[in-house]
Ligand binder design. Structure first.
Ligand SMILES: [Zn+2]
Length: 153
């Protein structure tokens, strides 16, 4: 998965882009570690996620070894959320790259938590009700209730 992410550095190598600065903060050489952990945008997401990240270790990440390290520190449920937050960071980076308003760290962290909750809800519903496909009947989003809730691990 690491090597499939098209960071500016990778694109720079492949396609000869002019600049390999981060597309979010334009102040650092963009690497996977920077994009997902050390960029100010990513840091604010992690801050609101409640996870404590070792940014120095993340900076030295090579082919996901920091992720492996995280998987040894956290329970499976926590680690699932970490993966989901990473994905949400990437998603919100891409959105702002394509002209959408940048989501704040808190919004991105909340989005990731809600998404994972809904995913679990729908998969447990599927298990208990295997013959029924009821994605669309899940009802309106309840995410507005969670805006002020902060989870501490
Ligand atoms: Zn950056």
């Amino acid at each position: 998965m690491q090597n499939a992410l098209p960071t500016t550095v990778a694109l720079h190598r492949q396609k000869g882009l002019d600049s390999a600065a981060c597309s979010m903060c334009t102040s650092a050489w963009e690497s996977f570690a920077h994009a997902l952990f050390n960029c100010p945008h990513s840091k604010s997401v992690w801050k609101y996620s409640g996870f404590i990240m070792d940014y120095k270790k993340a900076q030295l990440m090579y082919n996901g070894d920091y992720l492996f390290h995280l998987s040894t520190l956290h329970s499976q449920i926590e680690f699932e959320l970490i993966i989901c937050i990473k994905w949400a960071i990437w998603w919100s980076r891409n959105k702002s790259l394509h002209g959408s308003k940048t989501l704040y760290g808190k919004q991105t962290a909340t989005f990731a938590k809600d998404y994972l909750e809904k995913l679990k809800l729908s998969s447990s519903r599927k298990q208990s009700n295997a013959s029924q496909r009821d994605y669309d009947t899940a009802g309106p989003s309840s995410s507005s209730n969670n805006d002020t809730a902060e989870v501490h691990w």
